[in-house]
Ligand binder design. Structure first.
Ligand SMILES: NC(=O)c1ccc[n+]([C@@H]2O[C@H](COP(=O)([O-])OP(=O)(O)OC[C@H]3O[C@@H](n4cnc5c(N)ncnc54)[C@H](O)[C@@H]3O)[C@@H](O)[C@H]2O)c1
Length: 349
């Protein structure tokens, strides 16, 4: 079954990544695009062969043939646009973070639920072949009990005038909400473990916009493992490796460059059958890495195909809102911890 899509917000991620991914999907057809900036909508429609380009959301939502919308507008627009799409009976794939706050994200989820439309969230990094392989290795017990993890995502983001992402009131937060959220989402997804406690700090060291230009946090997982996430807007792109690491009682996974907008990067997996007793000499014998073979694909194509299959009744929503909300909640707790100087316990609500 081919799902007919409308795209709301034709800026960076939609134009550069998701629409090209949609073009390769085996169950998707791009029908219409909409952007507040009509030039952006017209350009994207022409580039990808969409039949319609609008600068008004109502016009797009009035199209009966559209079954699903991909919303990639600035975060402050998400709630109103999701409500409008849900009123029009369109299923929604919404970019992260879902809303300005966790409360807003829950309202969006509830609204979609009560209108009977599906809501999925754009944590496309879950579809990276290496990330899926890591999840598989950990689920199989190859690392033993997970005791630690670290995820890092950075970019160089100097002050830009009138930039919604640099204003927390419009974005919901800076480096942590924009990029750290991918890191914590991957740690949750790959380990299959939920977060119980959060201690974090955010601040502005280099850039003086009101969203933080850096954040770092320690997350305690439900099994007691301590995990680290750091997100910076103030490290040059060429100087960052965007590391992702997992450690367990039987091994580790080291990755570089997999936390990214394109599939790629490097991975090394080291496993032991038995860690043995304490080695006072700390000889640290070198072991041969586990061979890992994956076939890279396009994360956005997989994201669109997966959501399309869910609409067709052929599978679950790949990243359902209730799941995505837990990643946003963890990031919100970093802000709360930074403000209060206290460790935040995440409740079950
Ligand atoms: N999954 C990822 O890795 C990833 C990467 C980048 C961005 N994002 C998310 O995608 C969303 C958009 O980010 P971006 O980087 O593409 O932003 P952007 O600023 O590059 O593009 C946003 C577009 O939305 C348009 N717009 C503004 N107000 C609008 C409105 N009311 N209705 C329709 N369009 C409107 C703008 O004209 C612009 O073309 C955000 O939620 C962001 O967090 C996700």
């Amino acid at each position: 079954m081919t799902i007919k899509w409308g795209v709301i917000g034709c800026g960076g991620i939609a134009d550069r990544r998701t629409i090209p991914g949609m073009m390769l999907a085996d169950n998707a057809e791009l029908v219409a695009v909409m952007d507040a900036n009509s030039e952006a909508a017209n350009n994207v429609a022409e580039k990808y062969g969409a039949k319609y380009a609008f600068d008004n959301i109502a016009d797009l939502l009035n199209l009966k043939e559209i079954q699903a919308v991909y919303i990639a507008s600035p975060v402050f627009c998400h709630k109103e646009q999701c409500y409008a799409a849900a009123d029009a009976g369109k299923h929604i794939l919404l970019e992260k973070p879902m809303g300005l706050t966790t409360a807003e994200a829950k309202e969006i989820d509830d609204y979609c639920h009560s209108n009977g439309v599906m809501l999925g969230v754009g944590f496309m990094m879950r579809f990276h072949s290496y990330h899926q392989k890591m999840r598989e290795l950990i689920a199989k017990g190859r690392l033993g009990e997970i005791v630690s993890a670290r995820a890092q995502l950075t970019c160089w983001y100097p002050e830009i005038e009138n930039c919604w992402r640099q204003d927390s009131k419009l974005s919901g937060g800076g480096a942590m909400m924009d990029m750290g959220i991918h890191c914590i989402d991957l740690i949750r997804y790959i380990t299959g473990l939920e977060i119980s406690h959060v201690t974090g700090m955010v601040g502005n060291q280099i850039f003086k916009y009101n969203a933080e230009d850096a954040g770092a946090a320690v997350f305690k997982l439900e099994n007691g493992a301590l995990c680290y996430v750091d997100a910076n807007f103030n490290i040059p792109d060429a100087a960052a490796k965007c590391k992702l690491e997992f450690y367990g009682t039987k091994g580790s996974i080291f990755a570089e460059g997999t936390i990214s907008q394109a599939e790629g990067g490097r991975i090394e997996v080291l496993c032991v059958d038995d860690a043995g007793g304490y080695d006072a000499g700390q000889t640290r014998e070198e072991i041969r890495p586990v061979e890992v073979n994956v076939q890279f694909g396009n994360m956005y194509t997989k994201e669109i195909e997966g959501f399309g299959r869910a609409i067709a009744g052929e599978g679950e929503i790949p990243v359902a809102a209730a799941d995505a909300i837990l990643s946003q909640k963890a990031i919100e707790a970093v802000y709360e911890s930074s403000k209060s100087g206290k460790t935040i316990t995440l409740g079950a609500d």
